[in-house]
Design a protein around this ligand. Sequence first.
Ligand code: FAD
Length: 826
Amino acid sequence: MSKKILIVGGVAGGASTAARLRRLDETAEIVMFERDEYISFANCGLPYYIGESIKERSKLLVQTPESMKARFQIDVRNNSEVIKVDSDKKVVTVKSKTKGEYEESYDYLVLSPGAKALRPNIPGIESEKIFTLRNIPDTDRIKEYVDRLGTMSAVVIGGGFVGVEMAENLKERGLTVTLVEAAPHILAPFDFDMSILAEKELVDNGVRLITQDGVKSFAETGSQVEVTLNSDTKITADLVILAIGVAPDTKFLSDSGLAFGPRGHILVNDKMETNKEGIYAVGDAIEVIDFVTKNSTAIPLAGPANKQGRIAADNIAGLKSTFKGSQGTSIIKVFDLTAASTGANERALQKAGLEYKTIFVHPVSHASYYPSAVPMTLKLIFNQEGKVLGAQGIGYDGVDKRIDVIATVIRLGGTIEDLTELELSYAPPFSSAKDPVNMAGFVAQNVLEGRSHVATWGDVEEMELEDFVLVDVRTELEYSNGHVEGAINIPVDELRDRLSELDPNKTIVEYCQVGLRGYVADRILTQHGYKVMNVTGGYKSISSLNFKPQLEPISAVQSEIDPDTQTVKAASVPMSRNVGDFDKSLDACGLCCPGPLMQVKASMEDLQEGQILRVAASDPGFFEDIKAWCKRTNNELLDLTKVGGNITAFIKKLGKSNEALIQCQEVGEVKDNKTLVVFSGDLDKAIASFIIANGAASMGKKVTMFFTFWGLNILRKPQKVKVKKGMMDKMFGVMMPRGSKKLKLSNMNMMGMGGKMIRMVMKNKNVSSLEELIQSAIDSGIEIVACQMSLDVMGLKQEELIDGVKIGGVGYYLGEAEDSNVNLFI
Ligand code: FAD
C-alpha cells in the first residue's frame, strides 16, 4: 500500500523533502502545506532583490505549485496553514484560505515550518514603518516602501547576517543607513578580531554603525519613525528593519506531544525522527548537534535544512541516512568584502570548556606578481592534538574557497597536518604554490611542534608590563609609519647584532607586519636562549583591533545628523543617488600614494568654486587619504564609494573656506606649514622625504625642504658642470654621488643591486621615481633650499645643483620652521 506523507512548510526543508521523496517513491501520496502563497522561494536572495542586484522578482521563485505538480506529482496546497497536529490519531488540522478548516490524515508527517523573525514587545513596535524580512510578502512590502519617492533613510536593528545584508542593500539603493547592534560586535559567528574587519567595511561604505546599544522604544513622528536607544540616542528614519534574530515557528505544535528544546526547537534524532512515531522534523525549527563541540544548538541555515529534508525523505523511503550535526559553515558579502566561517569560534569553545589555540595569517588571494592579488585574513582554530576546530576568513577575493576547503577538512575530522599536505589547484591567477590553506597549516604546525611561540594580542594585553619587552622587528620605515606604543624597533635583519639591547630575563614579545618575519625573529631569539612570543598576524592584526565605528563616516552622512539631538535627518543629498553630475573627471587608477592625491590637488586648482571633481583611484589607501585631504583642505567630499577595489570620490571645491584658511594663515592665526631637513643622501630616505613633502603639498600646505650635508647630493645635476674649484673640493666632488640616480640604499644596497631593485619595484607598482617626485615637488611649489654653509663645506657650487633650488642659510630654515607645525629631520 502506498504511503501518505504530509509536509508542513513548502520552502527549503519542506520542498527538498518532497522532491527527494518522489524521486525515491513513485507511488507515495505526497501533500505539501504552505501557509503563504509562495513555495520554494529563494529566502537568501530576498535582500538582494530589495537592493536591486536581483532585478526580476520571478527569479526568486524557484518552484511554483504547478511546476512541483508537473515534475514531482506533489499535491501542493498553498495558502493552507496547519494549525494542529494530533500525533495519536495521526491527523493534522488545516486552515485553508479557500477551503476553510479540515483534517488530513497521514502515515508520515514531516515538519519544516522554519523560524520567524523576532518582534519583541518594545513600546511602539506596532508601527507600520517597522518591517521584518522572512518571505516574499515581507519583501514586497519593504521594496514598495523603499521605491516610494522620498524614502531617504533607514535604521536596521541587528547586525546578524540578515541585518548586515539589508544595511548593505539599502545603502546600495542610496538610503542613509544606520545599523544598530546591541552586542559589542556584529556577525556573531565570527570572533570580534575578525568581525571588526567587516565593521570597518560597513563604515567605509557609509553605513553608520552603532554597537553595544539596544533599542528602548520606537515612536512615529509624522512620516518617520524615531528610534530611541538604551543610551538615549535618538535616530529618526523613514523605515526600520528589525533583524534581531529568529525563533522556531512551532507554536501550532504545542498540543502535539512532541518534545522541544529550551527555546522551542523540535527535538529529533540523527534520522530526523521526533519522539512521536511517524513524525519527522527538519530545518530552522529543530535543535541540532554542533559538529565540533557536540553540544545541542540551533543553526538556521539553508544548507543544513536542505540536507535534513533529504535525510528525512531517505528514512521514510527506507534508506538509512543520518545527520551528523551542523558545523555552521556560512558566508556573507559585506560590500566588497567576503566574510566566511566554519566550525567553532572561540566563544563556542569556551562555552564548551574545550582547550584550543589560534593563529592568524594574511596571505594573498593568488600569486602576488599576477595582477589583482589582494590580501586576506585567515584565522585558524585547532587543539593541542592538531585537530582543526574552526576557521574564519575575511578578504576581497578567494576567501570562500579557503573556508570551504577547511570546512571539508573539519567534516572529515582532519588535522593541521592534513592542511599542510593538501594538494590544491594552483596557477598564478588562482592561488600560490603554497595556498593560503597550506600557509595556515604550516604556521599552526610550527606552533604545535614548538618551533614557533605565538600569542594573540589579547594574550599580550593580559601580561604584566614589567614582565616583557615589546620589539617591533619590521624596518625603520614601517616602524615610523605606525607601531605599537612602547615597542622598540630592532629590524629582524639587525637582530643578531643587537641582542645585547634585549634583557634575557624578560619575555621578548615581538611582532612584524603579518607574522612571517616575526617567526624568523622567534627562531633567532629562541636559539639564543630568549623566551619569545611572536604576535600572530603581526601589526596588521594588532592595528585592526583599534578600529572603532565612527558615527559620522563622511561629510554627506554628517550633514544628516543633527548635532544637538543626534537625530538622523532626511538626507538632503543621498549618497550615490544624485551625485552623477561633475565638472571634471580624473582617472588616478594604477597610481600609488601620494600620486592620486597630487593629481587631485592639481585638478582641483583648475576648478571654480562650487564645481565638482570625480576621481577614480585603485590605491586602497586612497579611501582614507581622500577623506583626510578634503577635511584638511576644506573641500567637500560629496560621495566616496569602493566597489571591487575601485574607489570613486566626488569632491566639491569650496573656495570660500579655502580663502578663509589662507587669510587665517596670513594673519598668523594658523601655523600649518611643514618643514623637512634632509640630511641623509640615502636613496630610500630621499624617496621618503619627497613622498612626505608631495603629500603635504597636495593637502595645500606650504612645504620647505632644507637640504644639508649628504642631502645635497640628491640635488646635484647628473652631468659634470665646469666650475672653478680647489683641489680638496674637486676630490670631495668626485667621491660623492652625482645626483639622485647615483644614490645608494641605507640598507641592503648590495653593490647597487638594492637600489636598482627598489627602482624596479617602484616602477612596477606605479610609484613615481625619485626624479619624478623631485620634479613634482618643484612643480607644486615646494621650496627646495640648499644650505649655504653645507655647500661651502662640501665644496659644491650652485651651478652644480638642479634648477629650481634656492640657496638659504640656517636663519631662513629657522624662520620657516617657526611657521610650521611639522618639522622633520631625515
Ligand atoms: P523556511 O525556508 O523558512 O520554510 C518554512 C515555511 O513553512 C515558510 O514558508 C512558512 O510560511 C511555512 N510554515 C510555517 N508554519 C506553517 C504552518 N503551520 N503551516 C503551513 N506552513 C507553515 N541561509 C543560508 O544558509 N544562507 C543565506 O544566505 C541565507 N540568507 C537568508 C536571508 C534571509 C532574508 C532569510 C529570511 C533567511 C536566510 N537564510 C540563509 C536562512 C535560510 O533561508 C533558512 O535557514 C532556511 O530557509 C530554513 O528552511 P526551513 O525549511 O526550515 O524554513
